[in-house]
Design a protein around this ligand. Structure first.
Ligand SMILES: Nc1ncnc2c1ncn2[C@@H]1O[C@H](COP(=O)(O)OP(=O)(O)OP(=O)(O)O)[C@@H](O)[C@H]1O
Length: 251
């Protein structure tokens, strides 16, 4: 059987399976994300959400199935992984900025090395992005001088500097102090409103309600529900989703 990417999907996963040893961590995942869509992925710990993000960004190999970004299948023969990854901007839970580089250098590194931009252009673009996420004044500083919320906004600017087609967020606020969560979520809501295609793993249901076009609920390596937020939150179909939501509300 030939698996074809759905034509209007920017991100397309078809029949994706992944094992870690005996553990079947992604079970026949089918997920299509259109250009400009914001998909929030939620689910219990260990359900495979991070693995899904890492597979889309080729940080993990898959056993079977096809993942394509804008019609380019992963893995793609003869293409450098770095240029493939440039299509997918990723923001992780931990800030993982380069500790010994300035904020500006953190953002310009990828465009200079991978996109071969000259330094003056890369600096100008990076400054515009840092301003956009509200940390322009921090450009000459080192990462350790910034708060967690500021560092995470730099991580978003760094990902955007590669002009990705889709942004993946893997629990971008879960390592932040509570008062810093909104400053990062606000940047993400803004990005969503500007039409960025986004896949966001998060426990922040306020963000899902505000910005998501779809909520994908994963449990035990499977996509159990895929619905509009208003439908999912008011009328979850499965007992697993009902349990998950009631636990979230009691925490
Ligand atoms: N590198 C690895 N080697 C072996 N098992 C792994 C590896 N990475 C993840 N796992 C296991 O795969 C399963 C899915 O993990 P994953 O991190 O994708 O889940 P998750 O839904 O993102 O969880 P969380 O919400 O806790 O981050 C878990 O049982 C985890 O222990």
């Amino acid at each position: 059987m030939t698996i074809q990417a759905s034509s209007d999907a920017l991100v397309s996963l078809n029949g994706v399976n992944k094992h870690y040893g005996q553990l079947h961590v992604l079970k026949d995942i089918n997920l299509q994300v259109k250009k400009g869509e914001v998909v929030v992925v939620i689910g219990p710990s260990g359900s495979g959400k991070s693995t899904l993000c890492r597979a889309i960004n080729r940080l993990e190999t898959i056993d079977t199935g096809v993942i394509s970004i804008d019609g380019r299948k992963l893995p793609e023969e003869g293409k450098e992984l770095a240029t493939l990854r440039a299509d997918v901007g990723m923001v992780f839970q931990s800030f993982n900025l380069f500790a010994h580089k300035t904020i500006l250098e953190n953002v310009t590194l990828g465009p200079i090395k991978v996109k071969k931009l000259d330094k003056a252009t890369a600096d100008k673009d990076a400054m515009a992005l840092l301003e956009r996420v509200g940390v322009g004044q921090q450009a000459p500083k080192m990462p350790a001088q910034l708060s967690g919320g500021q560092q995470q906004r730099v991580a978003i600017a760094r990902a955007l500097a590669m002009k990705p087609k889709v942004m993946l967020f893997d629990e971008p606020t879960s390592a932040l102090d509570p008062e810093m969560i909104n400053e990062v979520l606000d940047v993400m809501v803004q990005l969503a409103r500007e039409g960025m295609t986004m896949i966001v793993v998060t426990h922040e249901m306020g963000f899902a309600r505000k910005a998501a076009d779809r909520v994908v609920f994963m449990a035990d390596g499977q996509i159990v529900e895929d619905a509009k937020p208003e439908e999912f939150f008011t009328n979850p179909q499965s007992n697993r989703a009902k349990d998950f939501l009631s636990k979230l509300l009691t925490h």
